[in-house]
Design a protein around this ligand. Structure first.
Ligand SMILES: Cc1ncc(COP(=O)(O)O)c(C=O)c1O
Length: 473
């Protein structure tokens, strides 16, 4: 049986053959994730060079293509889908969501405007509603699904700019903590603000925005003739998982007549848990919130979300009409997502969230997120007991930071030692960690977020940390 498909339109047996072949290989790949290395990019540059190719003229072999992808290219990577991935902000990639991608692309209907696919748009609208409910928003709220947190932050800043500043907006200043994700600065830049208009406010001992410093910065800017318009809080920073004091910042934003946006790309999913709700108290007072389902809802990459308290404000910032588009909807409940977003044509993202929630149920996600909170708290206690280790940031959610600090070493030598520690742990390829720089010092961090990470794998990582530290010190 040929594994080549020279015709663009596949007949039924060909479709079945293609799906069966891909399905067998994909299932084997996913089942083997725990046995795959946690991260291995050695020889990656040579591999990449060997894959440079011209556009192929003739039909190629499916088997060869699957070998190339699954046997050659994929193994040389950080295994972000595997249980040992504790670096940056993990996600995992739920299989049911991957299946939703296939379904959505095979159905391939247009979901940018309600009139083109009312039922499918309703499915995506439901997902946005669920996220608004999680945020504690009321009936006027709405939002969009984006490709990720960066684009969601971008639309939030565009919305605040349109709502709060004149067309000539270059005096507008916005405020983030010095620990905020760089996508905010990038979003501000893309929205037309000079980088100097983005104020990085100092943080307190817990790496949370210093609210007194924020107030002082806003007042100083106003006194200098600038137009403070937006404060962006973090609900789970990438470096340490710090959750800013959302109640205090909300009150300050209200008193100073500023917009209030929360980047909850990492922490937002924990709103499904009681502990997460307690940690993120006050988030419902924000004008807009970024959630990132490809992080804390364990979806494959390509799934972000922005929810806003007032959907009409999002629409005013993005809405541009054209003669050739179907009539826009004013009916309550009927959403034209293209009117709320920078995008017109795009994939059916809602299905990638909806299908896993329908198939597993929210309880399964809540339980997995609670497990991550427990695992991080436990792992932090184990790390604390390692000789010469200092916990630099306690877990506020499922992330903590730590470093070796032997008393005899100076700052530079201590940083070098910690870099070697990170390399040594990662070289064992059972877990993959990443480091960062906190207050000028190189620091290791563990973020437990994948649904595939359980205690056994974390124990292996902790053993590796203990043994490599003993070798190095
Ligand atoms: C706190 C925070 N905000 C925003 C982002 C950007 O999200 P994305 O990578 O989905 O664009 C990240 C990514 O890690 C993040 O950790």
């Amino acid at each position: 049986m040929s594994d080549r498909f020279p015709e663009l339109e596949l007949d039924t047996p060909e479709m079945e053959r293609l799906l069966a072949a891909v399905s067998a290989r994909v299932v084997a790949h996913v089942a083997s994730l725990p046995r795959q290395k946690a991260g291995d990019v050695e020889g990656g540059a040579a591999l990449a060079r060997s894959l440079v190719e011209a556009m192929p003229e003739a039909a190629g072999s499916l088997d060869e293509v699957l070998d190339l992808l699954l046997e050659r290219a994929a193994p040389k990577s950080f295994n972000c889908a595997g249980p040992g991935y504790l670096a940056y902000i993990p996600g995992g990639g739920l299989f049911t969501s991957a299946v939703a991608s296939l379904l959505g692309s095979a159905i391939n209907r247009y979901v940018g405007v309600w009139a083109a696919a009312p039922g499918l748009v309703q499915i995506e609208t439901n997902v946005v509603r669920w996220f608004c409910d999680l945020a504690g928003y009321g009936p006027e709220s709405g939002g969009i699904l984006t490709s990720g947190g960066s684009l969601a932050n971008f639309s939030a800043i565009v919305m605040a700019r349109a709502a709060r500043l004149p067309e000539d907006f270059l005096k507008g200043t916005l405020y983030v903590s010095e620990e905020a994700h760089h996508s905010i600065k990038k979003a501000a830049q893309l929205a037309g603000f000079p980088v100097r208009n983005v104020r990085a406010v100092a943080t307190d001992a817990l790496f949370r925005m210093d609210v007194a410093a924020l107030r002082a910065a806003v007042r100083a800017d106003r006194a200098a003739g600038l137009q403070p318009f937006l404060v962006v809080a973090s609900a789970g920073t990438t470096n340490t998982g710090a959750v800013d004091d959302l109640q205090a910042i909300a009150s300050l934003a209200a008193a100073e007549r500023l917009g209030f946006h929360v980047d909850a790309a990492y922490g937002g999913s924990f709103l499904m848990t009681e502990r997460g709700k307690a940690a993120l108290q006050g988030i419902e007072r924000a004008d807009s919130i970024v959630l990132d389902p490809h992080k804390g809802l364990f979806l494959p990459y390509g799934n972000g979300a922005l929810v806003v308290r007032d959907a009409a404000a999002l629409r005013r910032a993005h809405n541009v009409t054209a003669e050739y588009l179907p009539q826009a909807q004013d009916e309550p409940g009927r959403v034209d997502f293209a009117d709320l977003s920078p995008e017109l044509s795009r994939d059916f993202r809602g299905l990638r969230v909806w299908l896993p929630l329908r198939l597993h149920g929210a309880a399964a996600f809540r339980a997995a997120l609670d497990e991550k909170l427990d695992l991080a708290a436990w792992a932090c206690e184990v790390v604390r007991e390692l000789p010469q280790v200092r916990i630099v940031a306690e877990p506020q959610l499922s992330l903590f930071a730590f470093r070796l600090e032997p008393p005899a070493l100076d700052a530079a030598a201590t940083d070098a030692l910690n870099r070697r520690w990170l390399e040594a742990v990662n070289a064992r390829q059972r877990v993959h960690l990443s480091g960062t720089v906190l207050r000028g010092r190189f620091t290791l961090r563990i973020c437990v977020l994948s649904f595939r990470t359980h205690r056994e794998r974390l124990q292996q990582g902790l053993d590796d940390l203990r043994e490599t530290a003993a070798e190095l010190c």
